[in-house]
Ligand binder design. Sequence first.
Ligand code: F0G
Length: 462
Amino acid sequence: MKTIIEPFRIKSIEPIRMTTEEERRQYLKDAHYNLFLLQSKDVIIDLLTDSGTGAMSTEQWAAIMRGDESYAGSPSFTRFEETVRDITGFRHILPTHQGRAAEHLLFKVLCQSGQTVPNNTHFDTTRANVEYTGARALNLPVKETFDTSSKHPFKGNMDLNALAQLIEDLGGDKIPLVMLTLTNNSGGGQPVSMANIRSVSEICKAKKIPLFLDACRFAENSWFIKEREAGYSDKTPKEIAREFFSYSDGCTMSAKKDGLSNIGGFLALNDSELASRAEEFLLLMEGFPTYGGLAGRDLEAVAQGLKEVLEEDYLNYRIATMTYLADRLEARGIPVVTPAGGHAVYLDGLKFLPHIPPHQFPAQALACELYIHGGVRSVEIGSLMFGRPDPESGEEIPAGQDLVRLTFPRRVYTQSHVDYVLEVIEEVYARRSEIAGCQISKQKKILRAFSAHLERITAPSH
Ligand code: F0G
């Protein structure tokens, strides 16, 4: 059959409250044109993030009832530990309440001021946690990462020459670890190839530098390898995952993504000495090592979710949804990052609204318009998130890329929801020349995108 369907039926539903354009205009004005400040009840289709927003299966809900809430030695932890070990092959499994807590533990035990941590592209929390230790977080993506229309199958890859050169220049002791983010979220949800992971691993091994994977979307990355890389079409997503984990020394994980759970994460690693030091901080900040900031029921949900996320029918449907939307947008001439990412479709704000200069936040203006027109909440990944005002002149320094991320929660929306989103984008595109830019009226120094207040510039700038 040509049609790929959702490989599940719906047993429990959450109603969506329909709103009018007029109401949404008011809600957005009240939220100071910042979509993070909207109430979720005022959103029709919520594509803000795929983190912790997925739907759980009947088996996960059943597992939740089995959750054993003992402080120490809970069988729920044993099930969690066995599942993570079975997929990753790592010896030590430290549960954490979410991904950034695992990052915090890892960098605390490995990084020092004056060192550098390379990554294909650091996610914001990864960067912030590296920098918190005084080390430098450096992105080394391949050049195709930033070419929004390049059809390269693995735009998440790391630039191998740049990595080798960096190690040569700094010396291995200045690099406490190398990270690879699968898939590369900040670079468009693009996958990293097995060949690239293997090569990074060889470079690291030769210099005795540990390699860690940021494995938040490891299953989606496995699927891309299966579909796009020679020699993997007959392997299962789990076999593929086992192989790439085997090239690394450990991983950080947010179970809110490919753990198919609403909360949870872990740090997994082989080095016993490092694990024991990380465990000290785990005790201090998260909890006893057999629950680490989670309830027994959460550990159960994650253990079950990690099994379900590797099912081929699920991954096939998941990636097909992104491809469906991105391909149709591209066919209509709408500027979209291609190929589609694993968890999201990204619109190119600079090309969508060329009449709005970068310092007037075209991607944010577009995200606002998608909400007003159809109640679709997306997230700006551009100058509002990564730009900053010049410390002297106060003028905005744009980020270079200005994207709108349409991030799909797992197993939540149906095909007709996707068609609705497509229609909303098409209609906004048809009257794009009427859309005006934004300016910031209030902002914080750190992570301003979450709380900034904006105003819309009433007359278009051309
Ligand atoms: N690494 C990557 C690649 C991520 O995308 C995220 C979260 C994290 C680490 C941190 O995990 O949220 O569990 O602490 N990304 C979310 C997003 C928030 O919307 O992309 P966390």
